[in-house]
Design a protein around this ligand. Structure first.
Ligand code: ADP
Ligand code: MG
Length: 198
């Protein structure tokens, strides 16, 4: 039980989120859900740091390409005409490059969030990776309209305000990468005993 209550995830307010003044908005939505901020800092990262942050497997890069291709199909856009290829690996490579450019374009606010099912809860409140498909009421659905249909053609990454770990393994690795142990804090949220303790 304690383990579920203390699940941790890494959240990043990406450079567009910081520059648009949405840091507080993201944190507010996390806190009001009952999840706890246990670490917080603003950092400017380099490409090396991002190499360690994003998955190294080819399958992840292909997934980036797939997400773009699905949008092209949905809106009847010809990837070959606009990107010169319809190969998910090729498109994934272009997306990865632009993603690194995007993530180094300004400071990032990094947070460790702790709480019940923190990983899934934060993913849920972030919304779909592609804002064009994100539900209203999610951060990406409320504050962005970006789509691969324009981003991929412009050879830039999707600007979607925040990052959130996808799996327990990803969360553990990312928290290790972004924070030293002594930067992560332990305290009680005041409402905990009323909201979700026995
Ligand atoms: P998520 O951030 O939802 O976990 P991914 O891990 O698949 O999504 O992708 C990492 C980031 O790469 C996304 O948040 C987004 O900024 C960017 N991205 C993903 N797919 C595409 C795409 N098809 N075109 C442009 N950028 C993309
Ligand atoms: Mg991801």
């Amino acid at each position: 039980m304690k383990q579920i209550k203390e699940e941790r995830t890494l959240v990043l307010v990406k450079p567009d989120g910081v520059m648009r003044g949405l840091t507080g908005e993201v944190i507010k939505r996390i806190e009001r859900r009952g999840l706890k901020v246990v670490a917080l800092k603003m950092v400017q990262v380099d490409r090396k740091h991002l190499e360690d942050h994003f998955p190294k497997e080819d399958s992840w890069m292909e997934r980036l390409g797939e997400k773009g291709l699905k949008t092209f199909a949905e809106y009847k856009i010809d990837p070959k005409e606009h990107m010169g290829t319809d190969d998910k690996k090729q498109i994934g490579k272009i997306v990865k490059d632009s993603l690194f450019e995007y993530m180094t374009s300004g400071p990032i606010v990094a947070l460790v969030i702790e709480g019940i099912h923190a990983i899934d809860m934060v993913r849920k409140l972030a919304g779909n990776t592609l804002p064009v498909f994100a539900e209203m009421g999610t951060v990406r659905g409320d504050f962005s309209v970006d789509s691969p249909a324009v981003a991929n053609v412009e050879k830039r990454a999707i600007k979607n305000i925040m990052h959130a770990s996808e799996t327990p393994e990803e969360a553990a690795n990312e928290i290790d990468l972004w924070f030293d142990k002594d930067e992560i804090h332990d305290y009680q949220r005041a409402e905990q005993s009323v909201a979700f303790d026995a």
